[in-house]
Design a protein around this ligand. Structure first.
Ligand code: DQQ
Length: 487
């Protein structure tokens, strides 16, 4: 093993109070650029979050691994950078995404080294509790994509142990423009044998049509009696998104049987990683991209945020669901609640005149006779700005309407819609977190929309409700201010 080029210490944090769009209870880099979460693991009781990071600018560039640690998934402490490109190594142009595994007690990173025009798997280990990392002298541990494939890319890793061996998926795309994953096997994480493409057959071809030319950031997991494969679908011809496949895993092949979007905010929730913690939960964190221009990012001095941690679970019908982790409840401050709200067609109700920009909202929404229920958040005192969540009962959709979220003209304002979960017997439980410029929405754990908004109003931030086309009700509505974890 060779010692890595000494990693620069991480930069000091930009004070959140200086920038109204800088989230205060989400994880983000101290300053400059952040993208994919990497190497998520709980080690000796502490949660470790590594991340794709350009420590030198607020734009993507030569990528290092940032590192932070948390006792509770909510309060994070910055640690020195974990990986830096080695000028004469296979990762000289960047240390791209990867994972951490426990190899017989040795914390081991498997990541994509980028250099000499190639993307190749590299390995590093730590002997001091995940603080510093020694890169293997065997790097790169695989020389390139399997022979016979004109692979469009060869990067990102999902690694697991099965029947005494290590298995690894590497993201790629085939020459005819369809995403794929290559499966490898190893005993020691250094010598790898190529097996075959992980998904194949007619089902794969059918789904691959919708999931882009390159499958990035695979995460393969067993959940209950199901197997789930998450991939980040890149170059889809439309917007990138995270695809969740459910399927059959047999004889080291995965046959997808169903495909859904993990988050209907599409590109805004990308490259998620999953891991199991000591409570047995499967936890997930994704990268939430910016929705403003690169010059605006550079002026702000930072870009990219991690989603709030969520757990993944199956409902009684075996469908993939998500829930915000309960640890977040420790951040709740002043709350307000309404037991039974009845809304009359066309008559708006202001619930709170000023939530601030960090809050959580939860409530049970019932359709009644209304066509739509509209929830306006971050509404400025003059009403010019507001971010709307539209529960369209006739269309059975949830829409995040950002058209009036910001007076700024150069921020993205496209709407995003998710199908409302079809559970006739179940009420619609809406759960929302707002943090400065991030909004994360979930309905019944099934319809997720994550996105960005950049309101300009410095005071106000009201919450209003409106029914259209009839009468509707809301039960057990609660709104809490959320305490900052930074500053
Ligand atoms: N980001 C990384 C890649 C990955 C992409 C590079 C996904 O490893 O494919 O920063 O956002």
């Amino acid at each position: 093993m060779s010692r890595a080029t000494p990693a620069p210490r991480s930069n000091p944090r930009i004070p959140a109070a200086r920038d109204p769009h800088r989230p205060r209870f989400h994880f983000l880099a101290p300053r400059n650029w952040l993208n994919d979460p990497n190497g998520l693991i709980q080690w000796q009781g502490q949660y470790h979050l590594f991340y794709q990071h350009n420590p030198k600018a607020a734009v993507w560039g030569q990528i290092y691994w940032g590192h932070a640690v948390s006792p509770d998934l909510v309060h994070w402490s910055d640690l020195p950078l974990a990986l830096a490109p080695s000028p004469d190594g296979p990762d000289c142009d960047g240390c791209w995404s990867g994972v951490t595994v426990n190899h017989s007690g040795v914390p081991t990173l498997i990541y994509t080294g980028v250099g000499q025009g190639q993307q190749r798997p590299c390995v590093a280990t730590s002997t001091d509790g995940l603080l510093t990392w020694q890169k293997s002298t065997c790097n790169p541990v695989i020389a390139g994509p399997p022979a016979g494939f004109a692979a469009a890319g060869f990067r990102d890793h999902s690694v697991w142990q099965q029947d005494g061996a290590w298995y690894m998926l590497i993201g790629s795309g085939e020459q005819h423009g369809r995403g794929t994953l290559f499966l490898y096997r190893s005993q020691n994480l250094l010598d790898w044998e190529y097996l075959h493409p992980f998904t194949n057959g007619a089902e794969h071809q059918r789904f691959a049509l919708f999931t882009g030319e390159m499958w990035e950031c695979p995460s393969f997991l067993a959940l209950g009696d199901r197997h789930i494969l998450l991939i980040s679908a890149c170059n889809t011809g439309q917007e990138d998104f995270t695809a969740a496949f459910t399927g059959d895993y047999r004889d080291l092949h995965f046959t997808p049987t169903a495909l859904e979007k993990l988050d209907y905010g599409n590109r805004y929730f990308y490259a998620p990683q999953t891991f199991a913690d000591s409570t047995g939960r499967t936890l997930m964190i994704g990268w939430v991209k910016e929705g403003r221009s690169i010059p605006a990012q550079v002026r702000a001095g930072w870009a990219g945020v991690m989603s709030l941690p969520k757990s993944l679970y199956l409902d009684t019908a075996g469908r993939l669901c998500q829930a915000f982790v309960p640890e977040l409840q420790h951040l709740r401050q002043d709350g307000a609640s309404w037991q039974e709200l009845s809304l009359t067609d066309g008559q708006p109700v202001e619930l709170l005149s000023d939530t601030g920009r960090q809050f959580e909202l939860e409530g049970i929404f019932t359709p009644g006779s209304a066509r739509r229920t509209l929830l306006a958040l971050l509404r400025s005192p003059d009403g010019a700005e507001e971010t709307r969540l539209v529960l369209d009962w006739s269309e059975q959709t949830l829409t995040l309407d950002r058209s009036r979220s910001s007076r700024h003209r150069n921020v993205e304002k496209t709407p995003y819609s998710a199908p409302l979960p079809a559970d006739a017997a179940k009420p619609y439980r809406l759960h929302v977190f707002v943090d400065a410029s991030i909004i994360e929405v979930l309905v019944n754990g099934r319809a997720a929309i994550t996105s960005r908004v950049y309101p300009t109003a410095s005071a106000g931030c009201a919450v209003t409700l409106l029914a259209e086309g009839g009468q509707t009700g809301v039960q057990n509505l609660q709104i809490w201010k959320i305490a900052p974890v930074w500053d």
